[in-house]
Write a protein that binds this ligand. Structure first.
Ligand code: PGA
Length: 253
């Protein structure tokens, strides 16, 4: 069975107070409403708050992801955070390949491949983001682009065990933070295509189990429709994950 997963990508939002009070309130609501999500709700706060967040969520059904790791293992890389540092505070999920990392921090597929290798070495589950720009979609190149992104990164993994550590997030760049969402049909068509690429490369068993999430302007109104598609196994949510009420509605979708 594919897991249904909702991930809150908080990006560079929420300070210490906002992070801790959000998580405490969310836990309280989960308890009161008897929501048991079996570790399928994942929150990605900023680095400085991962440790305290982990303490708050200890023993709960929510888990955490980092928003990035360094492609180097350790050493003189001022300002970077390594996979082993994150493991040492109990973090074992990471978002890689987000289009904002690609755009603002020049993360190429080469760099992302290095990050993937380090992440796997330290036993991380990887939420790997792929997706095309508006111009690429206009030229009907979205399938080519997504295939290339996978071929130059994830598809370098040869073992089925490694592949089982991935969650894929299809995030059309034109839909991120813009209020424009892909239609359910557009998203489903792409998700089915992505799954077919995995089936061709790794076979049915591991690919049918893989969660493929949609991301890009998901909100409390469009989530249900998107999540009801056969190959859409949940969402990577930015803006709408910053407010507890909206995020809860998305979880319940
Ligand atoms: P958004 O961001 O929901 O604000 O569009 C999604 C993402 O970047 O993961």
């Amino acid at each position: 069975m594919k897991k249904k997963i909702v991930i809150a990508n908080w990006k560079m939002n929420h300070d210490f107070y906002e992070t801790t009070s959000f998580l405490r309130n969310l836990l309280k609501i989960f308890f009161e409403k008897k929501i048991n999500n079996k570790k399928k709700v994942i929150i990605a706060p900023s680095f400085p708050f991962l440790h305290i967040s982990n303490q708050i969520l200890q023993g709960s059904s929510l888990s955490l992801a980092a928003q990035n790791i360094c492609q180097m293992e350790n050493g003189s890389y001022t300002g970077e955070v390594s996979a082993s540092m994150l493991r040492s505070i109990g973090i074992h999920k990471v978002i890689l390949g987000h289009s904002e990392r690609r755009k603002y921090f020049s993360e190429t597929n080469d760099i992302l491949l290095k990050k993937i290798k380090i992440a796997l070495k330290y036993g991380f589950h990887i939420i790997f983001c792929i997706g095309e720009t508006a111009l690429e979609r206009e030229k009907n190149e979205q399938f080519l682009i997504v295939k290339k992104q996978l071929e130059e990164t994830v598809f370098h993994c040869s073992s089925l065990e490694e592949i089982s550590y991935f969650i894929i997030a299809y995030e059309p760049i034109w839909a991120i933070g813009t209020g424009k969402t892909a239609t359910s049909e557009e998203a489903q068509t792409m998700h089915r295509y992505i799954r077919s690429l995995f089936i061709d490369k790794y076979g049915e068993k591991v690919s049918q189990k893989m969660s493929i999430l949609y991301g890009g302007s998901i909100n409390d109104l469009n989530a249900r429709n998107l999540f009801s598609q056969e190959d859409i196994d949940g969402g990577l949510v930015g803006n709408s994950s910053l407010e507890i009420e909206k995020f809860l509605k998305i979880i319940q979708s």
